[in-house]
Ligand binder design. Structure first.
Ligand SMILES: O=C(CO)[C@@H](O)[C@H](O)[C@H](O)[C@H](O)COP(=O)(O)O
Ligand SMILES: O=C[C@H](O)COP(=O)(O)O
Length: 943
């Protein structure tokens, strides 16, 4: 038994599970929780069933069967699904029921919330459910409304177990308890036995604090709901004592236990287990939702807390009127809202079932369509079979590092559960959205690199800005022109800066933060500057200290077991999204559905993440390692997130994916046989030209996989699917997908150079390879010697470019790494260069901006297969921008990053040449494009 659960039981409290879904049975998880953890019961409600049925693929198979079996209305279909689950759960809890003599082991199912104000209908419905489910350890849930109370008496009188739900205050509780006693008396009077009748009175805890959050000052935070529960407990002590009760007890009556419901904390500033740990005491039940359950089972603190300070609890409630709060009104309102909330969930649930019955929402292989050469398709099948035979999906979820290399991967799997955990706390994102909305910011700028900025970047480009919320931007370049351009595009005094760095030690976000904090002081004054900043970082990082020192508005924490590129659904991706008004709850819901589809409870063949990962991993091992991303226009920026995830995760030890993003599509003939095309489209965003070209590639026999994303919020699910697939591909390729050794090395080198600049006032002098025609070339000794021996005295730009670029052969790729402003004009020139290279050399091409790519594809360039030919492009900076607190400027920082990049590429024996342009960057790039064109023409003439 889990220690906290067994200790609570010793103190008289049974822990129940506040959740149900089919996968709990299929996976054997529920059985394990009952047998090994010591779980003693389960509750469900309309919201829980809505989440389970509408929010997962668990039921699609059964719904499809129902559809095939003939016309059926949504309510009947829902009931069939729910009844199956409740029966299954009741059977799993049956041994607990038997062994506890009928005090524990119950599973609750609620009557339709639409009947909450109709006594007769509630009684009839409860009796029908009792008969249909036909399990002695069922509890039928009836709300503690005015009309529910007489129904409780009648049902208890009829020998049916009742869970009285939606109780908020002492008055309603008393009514429920008296109805229970009266019901027992009725049954006795009618000659029935009462010893097998059980009942709980469900007191909803957290909702009271949530209702009072904005009405009381901070000193009341997290206290009122607990005091209210204690006052109810004191009342139950009185009701279940004395003459009336003794008589019933002698006839075998069981105490109607108090059950604490709504027990997860909703206010993020409160400890997660506050309500659970504060209400442990005799004759009680605590039903805890999944995320809270796991935390409590793992490290809950158990002490007999319920009976402490009972008198003070009443005094605290009495003091509320002095604060202008009429408690009884709040409690009435909560009941009203509670009924409404369950009714809404129930209606939503029925409409999803209806849709599924009409075949609108059945998930067909999760929109993944494959067109693979037959030998690859066979290998993919064999890989999936091997995963099934070796139970690798379950092992992956169980954090078994031997799925990969057995070197610490288990410590990096926090992303598997993050959607579920976040979904349980959407309240904190709602609070942030309200706060930012009130503050009337016009712009929000994420200052961060790679994994800490790419998810917000995708969402900023996918969703239009929302009225009343700031427009989302991302700054991930030290190019001074780019920083200035960002500053000029926003209204500084009305902007929010989100400094995002997991480690808190990355050079770029730290110097961006220093710069904009200084600018903010100039704009709004030192007192207010901090309120324009938010930090997202891991606990205890240097950035946390800066945020505290500078009085940042909020600090959000990452999860230490989630690496940057897997952090999209953690606060790194979700805080900026919520701040800009996106409905992060919808992103989590879609991610949860996908996570569930990828879980061990689903058939291995239907696992959408495994299928994708198996294709990628198999293709890479078979030499199709240039994973070419083709995205429909509305989600074009997803490519930058995907390339980081794939490249940084798999590109190491000379192996891995080389992602190719934003390369215009060409005719089938211009591609070598090293490509896997991933065509990802957003429904309704089709580009017919693009579709035609992809279809030509498919016909020509190139491997192509296609994914259709139904709407922008489904990106939540895609984030999870691709993370899972990348982890699977990493396992197939045979590397650790969670480290980034070569990125780290370049980061350290760049910091050394900038630190050195602070003491020396300059960077070390570089020796040139060649200088002329307005550009300077640099290379390390090995590359320099190789190029010099090829140009054979023809010392000009075109000859060097030709010598360098012609080193790329079949299976290689050419990467242009430009440390210049990331503007559309520059992007267009790089694209022209890439197209020329691809169409003449038939090799894959990458076009990246530095230093941004160093935190992304940079890992694969340095650590992946040694098939890259790199042309680094740097420039003189027209704008000088000093980094506050340092001697160096942003231009120097960028130069340090370019140098460290070049150094690491050279030490990894890569083919690399640096071209330094003058201060006129666009002209310099055009000159380079023309020179490259000429070089390629002479190569093609010689072919
Ligand atoms: O069965 C019960 C109570 O009887 C529970 O399922 C109860 O409905 C839930 O604890 C609450 O609905 C959860 O409330 P909340 O955490 O969403 O505020
Ligand atoms: O991809 C991650 C980047 O290197 C940024 O790292 P960070 O979040 O620790 O600043």
């Amino acid at each position: 038994m889990k220690e906290p659960i067994s200790q609570a039981l010793k103190l008289g409290q049974s822990i129940w599970y506040d959740g149900i879904r089919r996968s709990l049975f299929v996976s054997g998880d529920l059985e394990r929780m009952v047998q090994q953890d010591g779980l003693r019961g389960m509750t469900s409600n309309p919201s829980i069933f809505d989440e389970a049925i509408a929010g997962s693929g668990d039921y699609s198979e059964q719904i499809a069967q129902l559809r095939r079996s003939g016309p059926m209305d949504a309510k009947s279909a829902y009931e069939l699904l729910a009844v199956d689950d409740i029966r299954n759960a009741a059977d799993i809890f049956r041994p607990v029921y038997e062994e506890s003599g009928g005090t524990d082991g119950y599973v609750s199912m609620e009557v339709s919330p639409e009947l909450a104000h109709d006594t007769a209908a509630t009684v009839a419905e409860a009796k029908r459910l009792w008969g249909t489910i036909d399990r002695p350890n069922l509890m039928v849930k009836v709300p503690g409304t005015l009309e529910g109370i007489p129904a409780i008496q009648q049902l208890i009188g009829a020998g049916i177990n009742v869970n009285v739900t939606l109780l908020f205050g002492r008055g309603a509780y008393e009514e429920a308890a008296l109805a229970y006693l009266a019901g027992l008396e009725d049954r006795l009077a009618a000659g029935g036995g009462i010893s097998t009748i059980a009942s709980v009175a469900s007191i909803f805890v957290s909702r009271l604090d949530s209702a009072l959050e904005n009405r009381l000052d901070h000193s009341f935070s997290g206290k009122v709901a607990i005091a209210n529960a204690k006052v109810i407990y004191a009342c139950s002590q009185r009701l279940f004592a004395g003459k009336r009760w003794d008589l019933l007890k002698r006839s075998g009556a069981q105490t109607q236990r108090l059950l604490w419901a709504s027990t997860s904390t909703k206010d993020p500033s409160l400890p997660e287990l506050l309500y659970v740990e504060s209400l442990i005491g005799p004759d009680t039940v605590d039903t805890v939702p999944p995320a809270t359950y796991e935390t409590f089972a793992a490290h809950g603190t158990v002490a007999s807390t319920l009976e402490e300070n009972l008198k003070e609890a009443q005094a605290l409630l009495d003091s509320l009127s002095g604060q202008g709060v009429e408690l009884s009104e709040v409690l009435d309102q909560l009941l009203k809202e509670g009924v409404e909330k369950f009714s809404v969930a129930f209606r939503q649930l029925l409409s999803s079932v209806e849709e599924a019955l009409a075949d609108k929402s059945e998930r067909n292989n999760w929109n993944l369509h494959l067109s693979l050469p037959i030998d690859i398709a066979n290998q993919v099948d064999a890989t999936i079979d091997e995963w099934r035979a070796k139970g690798k999906v379950a092992r992956l979820w169980a954090h078994d590092s031997t799925v990969w290399t057995g070197h610490g991967e288990d410590a990096w799997l926090g992303w598997l559960d993050i959607a579920r955990d976040q979904a349980a706390h959407t309240h904190r994102f709602e609070a942030l959205a309200t706060e930012i909305h009130k503050a009337k910011f016009t712009d929000a700028v994420v200052l961060g690199m790679g994994g800490s900025s790419l998810c917000p970047d995708v969402l900023a480009h996918t969703f239009a800005p929302l009225k009343g919320f700031p427009k989302l931007h991302v700054l991930d370049s030290t190019d001074p022109e780019q920083i200035k351009a960002m500053e000029e595009s926003i209204d500084l005094a009305h902007s929010l800066f989100i400094v995002s760095s997991k480690s808190g030690t990355t050079l770029e976000p730290n110097i961006f933060a220093a710069y904009f904090y200084g600018r903010m002081i100039e704009a709004v004054g030192i007192e207010k500057a901090g309120s324009h900043f938010v930090a997202i970082t891991d606990p205890g990082s240097p950035l946390e200290a800066v945020a505290k020192r500078d009085g940042y508005r909020r600090i959000f924490f990452g999860v230490p077991s989630i690496g940057g590129r897997y952090s999209a659904l953690s606060d790194f991706g979700m805080v900026p999204s919520a701040a800009c008004g996106l409905d992060v709850g919808r992103l989590f819901a879609s991610a949860e559905i996908m996570a569930h589809a990828c879980s061990p409870s689903m058939p291995v063949r239907d696992n959408p993440g495994l299928a994708l990962g198996a294709v990628i991993g198999t293709c890479v091992n078979a030499g199709f390692d240039k994973v070419t991303l083709v995205l429909s226009p509305g989600i074009a920026h997803l490519g930058a997130w995907l390339e980081q995830l794939l490249a940084e995760s798999t590109g190491k030890q000379g192996k891995g994916v080389v992602p190719i993003d934003q390369e215009p599509l060409g005719k089938p003939l211009v591609y070598g046989s090293d490509r896997l095309f991933c065509y990802i489209t957003l429904a309704g965003d089709d580009d017919p030209e693009q579709a035609k070209k992809v279809s030509a590639l498919t016909k020509a026999g190139h491997p192509v996989l296609r994914i259709e994303v139904s709407d922008p919020y489904s990106l939540g699910g895609e984030f999870f699917r691709w993370e899972f697939a990348t982890a699977v591909a990493g396992s197939i390729i045979g590397i650790n997908p969670f480290d980034q050794p070569d990125v780290e090395e370049a980061k350290v080198l760049a910091r050394q150079l900038t630190d050195n600049y602070d003491t020396e006032g300059c960077l070390p002098v570089l020796s040139q390879l060649w200088d002329g025609q307005g550009v300077t070339l640099y290379a390390d000794d090995r590359n320099g010697a190789e190029l010099n021996s090829t140009v054979k005295g023809n010392l000009d730009l075109v000859s060097y470019l030709k010598a360098h670029i012609s080193r790329a052969g079949a299976g290689d790729y050419v990467a242009l790494l430009a440390y210049v402003q990331m503007s559309p004009a520059h992007q267009a020139i790089l694209t022209q260069m890439r197209t020329m290279v691809r169409d003449i050399l038939f090799v894959a091409t990458c076009g990246e901006f530095g230093p941004r790519f160093q935190h992304s594809t940079g890992q694969a360039y340095k650590g992946g297969p040694n098939t890259g030919v790199f042309l680094q492009i740097t420039c003189d900076d027209a704008v000088g921008l000093v980094v506050p607190g340092h001697r160096y400027s942003f231009g120097v920082a960028k130069e340090a990053e370019a140098r460290s990049d070049l150094d690491v590429l050279a030490t990894r024996e890569r083919r690399v040449l640096r071209v330094h342009l003058g201060p006129e960057v666009t002209r310099g790039l055009e000159q380079l494009r023309d020179g490259l064109g000429e070089a390629l023409r002479t190569i093609s003439l010689n072919q």
